[in-house]
Ligand binder design. Structure first.
Ligand SMILES: Cc1ncc(C[n+]2csc(CCOP(=O)(O)OP(=O)(O)O)c2C)c(N)n1
Length: 717
């Protein structure tokens, strides 16, 4: 093994367990010609982009990559890794310097350039920056849709890794045997929650997952010592349970190939997860706009240039595998192909602005190809469903309704999984999933580690693999750590221009308890999910709607937040007649619970029952509408009612300021202005967190008394 100078911010390049050296002959199991070609193509792509960017003033603006990241220096070991991903069900979860890997998995040069140039097609049809990549290879290894947040790539990859076992062992699909999931990340990314969450999932469940850490010693400018003590994550993880760890020099092709083959072999053989850290130089600035000046000296930059892995690859292969002429011919091929690809990419049209709003939600009309992820249209159609509630169903409680629906869907849909903290053995802290693990087994109904990011990220990876995950977040407030994964899940279809989708269902109890509240277990804040792109939000007020909406969610091509109000779970308020095993309630259809002539009350969830009680004091003057879903929401129903009554009061539990009531009020004010006899009003919690003591709780919540008072005032207006 050669000794190479260490860049600032990284440890010496003599890893303890690097077992091979540059002097070893090229391993004949590798297709070195292909590896060299992809490395050369990658380098030529970086050359083109960087040169164009340097000459911004002289090249046409639409030839410039507006946000450029280079893989220069990371390229050689990445294409070696890519050459080991040869199973049709392998998946890679990529990073913004992962283009070399994508090339080795089949990304065309034209797409590789069209995406950063913002042209139509490619990763996102011009919607996302060109390094935020994906590859929906239907017959080969796929690249999971990347997100821009560092660390967010890890837990969806763990989801894919867990799904491999599910497809193989539960669904008995042998095509998944021997598949693995590989995640790529820099040494900066090992400090993120996502890294640790995925590491916990992969090691506790012994998943077929490889963590590939490309350590270039720098985040943007922050040295690796700030990300993990001593700057070497592999050394620090040596004693981590159930993790095979390797550490080496990524600029040495012989060593990189040996270590990567060893790790991939370990994971593919079913021996559990592995982590390999390879040191690489960053032969470029962090990104186009970064000039490195504040944090890197010329000497350091020059030292890194000496560690360029491309000349080392050449030295490794010529003359052992390729003659000088053959290497030169490969260089010429790469240059020619990149030139052809560049012309083709530049000739592509700009993205079409008339369709920029498409695919925030699924276009289920059948006109568009199906995205990769979730149940197919045919599978969803086969599950069927009816909007007619069964007559004479017995009274059931809200919690029983959810359990019964999950049970039924688990029975009829083998791709359905239910999981979350304490969901398996205990049956959930609210006992909503009680008995399901016993009935369906721990592969389908299971406990997770205590990481909400892990729960949602894993669900996303599973959904992309074609499963129907139903994840539970123990309480609404504890969705906070999963915010990044939730937001990225919601935008996934749009930002991949309908190439990928992750229709998951996220159940979360929240809101005030029967006689008790607090800032942690009683948050509702449902408006956040209405504001998040791409999500459907169901917030039912009773057991029958819970059955219908949960089933609709589990057969939907879009992700859904399913809100279970704590005060409804076990009470008579939340109880209703069981509407049947196939009952579905379509999203965006409100229910008029009570007709009235002089005022419309718009409400949802637990406050529906308080509104109904208050309404009875005014004879037949108050119309009560239960929205049932707030994304989408039934504008037509509300506007039609207000046109009739001339007054509107919106009542909700979430904070007043920018609560969902503000959206309803603005819509009514705009579209029913000329019909109004009084100002549109809202009654909600006055921007105060939920308090604990019942007296305080009563002081903040809209009570029946307060609702009635407000109705009274409005009726007098
Ligand atoms: C959650 C999040 N925080 C911050 C950033 C901004 N950011 C982008 S890349 C980066 C450094 C990542 O370093 P590393 O993982 O070592 O990768 P490298 O760029 O060195 O390849 C930062 C801070 C981000 N994209 N996402």
């Amino acid at each position: 093994m050669t000794t190479v100078p260490a860049p600032r911010g990284s440890r010496p390049q003599q890893p303890k367990n690097a077992t091979t050296g540059a002097s070893r002959a090229p391993d004949p199991r590798f297709d070195w010609r292909r590896i060299a070609y992809h490395a050369l193509v990658s380098r030529a792509l970086d050359d083109v982009e960087e040169a164009t960017n340097r000459n911004r003033s002289t090249v046409p603006r639409d030839h410039v990559v507006l946000y450029q990241f280079s893989a220069r220096g990371h390229d050689v070991p990445q294409v070696i890794l890519g050459s080991l991903l040869d199973h049709p069900r392998d998946a890679a979860s990529a990073y913004y310097r992962s283009r070399p890997l994508l090339l080795s998995l089949g990304l065309s040069i034209e797409d590789a350039l069209a995406s950063p140039l913002g042209r139509s097609g490619g990763f996102s049809d011009g919607r996302d920056i060109g390094v935020v990549c994906n590859l929906p290879n239907r017959d080969g290894p796929i690249v999971l849709p990347m997100s821009g947040d560092v660390g967010s790539q890890y837990t969806p990859c763990a989801g894919w890794a867990q799904a491999i076992g599910y497809h193989r062992d539960v669904l008995r699909d042998e095509r998944w045997s021997g598949a693995i999931a590989v995640v790529l990340g820099g040494e900066g990314s090992v400090a993120t929650n996502g890294f640790w969450s995925a590491l916990t999932i992969a090691t506790t469940l012994s998943l077929p997952m490889l963590f590939y850490i490309e350590d270039n010693g720098l985040g943007i400018s922050v040295p690796g010592e700030m990300q993990t003590p001593g700057g070497d994550i592999a050394r620090n993880l040596q004693s981590f349970g159930n993790l095979f760890v390797r550490d080496g020099d990524g600029t040495d092709p012989g060593q990189a190939a040996a270590l990567l083959a060893e790790c991939v072999g370990h994971v593919r053989a079913g021996n559990g997860p592995a982590l390999v850290r390879l040191t690489v130089p960053r032969l470029c600035s962090h990104s186009g706009p970064d000039n490195q000046r504040g944090y890197r000296t010329d000497a350091e930059i020059a030292r890194d240039l000496e560690r360029d892995p491309l000349p080392r690859l050449r030295a490794h292969l010529v003359p052992a595998v390729l003659s000088h002429e053959e290497w030169a011919a490969l260089e010429a091929d790469a240059a020619r192909d990149v030139d052809i690809g560049l012309r083709a990419a530049r000739a592509r049209p700009a993205p079409d602005p008339s369709i920029v709003a498409r695919w925030v939600y699924a276009d289920d009309s059948g006109d568009t190809p199906e995205a990769l992820g979730g149940l197919s249209r045919a599978e969803r159609a086969a599950l069927g469903g009816t909007e007619t509630a069964a007559a004479d169903g017995e009274m059931i409680r809200f919690a029983d309704a959810v359990r019964r629906t999950l049970r039924r869907e688990l029975a009829v849909n083998p791709k359905c999984l239910v999981f979350g903290e304490d969901v398996g053995r205990k049956g959930g802290v609210h006992l909503v999933t009680e008995g399901l693990q016993k009935q369906f087994g721990a592969a389908r109904v299971f406990d997770t580690s205590l990481s909400e990011e892990g729960i949602i990220g894993r669900a996303v990876g599973m959904a992309i693999s074609g499963l129907m995950p139903v994840a539970e977040i123990q309480f609404r407030k504890y969705a906070d750590p999963a915010t990044e994964q939730l937001n990225n899940c919601g935008t996934l279809r749009w930002r991949t221009a309908n190439q990928f989708a992750a229709p998951i269902v996220v159940r979360m109890p929240g809101g005030f308890g029967k006689d008790v509240g607090d800032p942690w277990h009683s948050l509702s804040d449902e408006v956040r999910f209405a504001h998040a792109y791409g999500w459907q939000v169901a917030i039912p007020s009773n057991a029958a709607d819970a059955v219908g909406l949960l089933r609709a969610a589990m057969r939907s091509p879009n992700p859904t937040i399913f809100f279970e109000h704590r005060s409804l779970l076990m009470t008579s308020d939340g109880s209703a007649r069981y509407p049947g095993d196939d009952y579905v309630v379509p999203f965006g259809k409100a229910r008029v619970l009570r007709d009235g002539s002089d005022i419309t009350l718009v409400t949802w969830s637990a406050l529906v029952h308080r509104c109904l009680e208050a309404a009875t004091r005014f004879g037949d003057r108050v119309e009560v509408i239960d929205l049932r879903t707030i994304a989408p929401w039934d504008r037509a129903c509300v506007l039609g009612s207000v046109e009739k009554t001339g007054r509107c009061l919106i009542v909700h539990e979430d904070a007043l300021t920018a609560g969902f009531g503000a959206e309803v009020a603005a819509t009514v004010a705009q579209h029913a202005f000329w019909m109004l006899d009084a100002p549109v009003e809202r009654l909600a919690v006055d921007d105060i967190p939920m308090p604990y003591h019942p007296i305080l709780l009563d002081a903040v919540l809209p009570t029946v008394e307060r609702i009635a008072e407000r109705i009274e005032t409005l009726l007098r207006a």
